[in-house]
Design a binder for this molecule. Sequence first.
Ligand SMILES: [Zn+2]
Ligand SMILES: [Zn+2]
Length: 422
Amino acid sequence: MMSRQRKSIGIIGIAIGLAAGLYLITTETPLVSTAYAEETKSPAPSPIKALAERDVYYPGSEDLAADEMRVIACGTGMPNARPKQAAACWLVELGNGDKFIFDIGTGSGERLSAMKIPYDYLDKVFIGHLHADHFGDLDALWVGGVLANRQRPLRVWGPSGSEERLGTKHAVKHMEEMFAWDYASRQGNVNTVGFKIEVNEFDYRAVNKVIYEENGVTIRTIPAIHALDGPVSFILEWNDLKFAFSSDTFPNKWWMEHTKNADIAIHECFIAPNDLVKLQNWSVEDALNVGTQVHTSPAQFGKVMSEIKPRMAVAYHFFNDFNTREGVLTLIRKTYDGPLALSVDYMVFNVKKGEDIRVRMAVIDEDIWGLPSITEKKPADPNERVGFSDFITSGRVPYPEIVEKVYEDTNKTFGTNVPAPK
Ligand SMILES: [Zn+2]
Ligand SMILES: [Zn+2]
């Protein structure tokens, strides 16, 4: 039973949540953890002192405790990315310093950069399946990382397919091919060591198989059932904490068996069939097929969570709006009454053993620049430069007196002696 204090915190939390347009709904777990509320009791009112800490997350402003996991929603929406919700992407940060990206759907690259993390640390990506809404921004992280001085390969894990051309290796190799011009154009202009990609393709049929084991972190794969053979779900375990991420899947026996008692379980919860018909003009037939057979509908999501009983169930993969949220919640609550978050981008979860999971929204600085790299920047090697044809060179209007002055002033500022090109 809730104590009076917990109940009142919960009620206040719900009131604040509703007023602020938050997207979290829980039953037994109060919105604001008791420990946290104790910690941040308002100081005596004052017109000149700082206020008590607000219940928001400012990226880059908080330490992560040695035994803590922070999970950030960097994409919770649909293939049609929109300002409010990019396509699938979840960032997991651990107190041992490791960071992992699970799926990197269209539009999620900017969410990752909003987290104010040097790209050096964003080098591990786990792709659940090869739909654009789950890996469409891999190029943004890859090339963006090169330009932000990630002087190590981007490491990618993803499943095989039923044939070679449907696997992760093929997809990444051809992404590199697609960016042949991008790569060639940067040679000699920026340091390009980070262009290397390490691809770790594994059998999509593997059941609870370890695909990553470093630094006390274990990541396993289980098969998922979605659209075509190939998709998988992931389970990360570290420091007695368990994170499970479905990517996309129909409810399946592997998820039920291997994600039980997860601390945080993130599972797709697709737009309800009714909304697909009413708001997207789908035919009833397609809405029911895609909404309940290719994907997991809200009612099925509830059933899945009531089987595995996580400390926090997280629903994603629907447009979470004023006119859809209540319908999704009602359907989930028919089959599940445990802790629940209906996620939107920038929702942040702090997960520790023995404490309520703290859920907040991040406040984003839209003017963010890429954070300075932790690695010393190596200059480009001009000998790598591919250069222009005579035809294109003949079109240059060089303004030598202007450019020479730019070189002169910049050299003066930095005490350097870089010669202006002739
Ligand atoms: Zn998919
Ligand atoms: Zn999807």
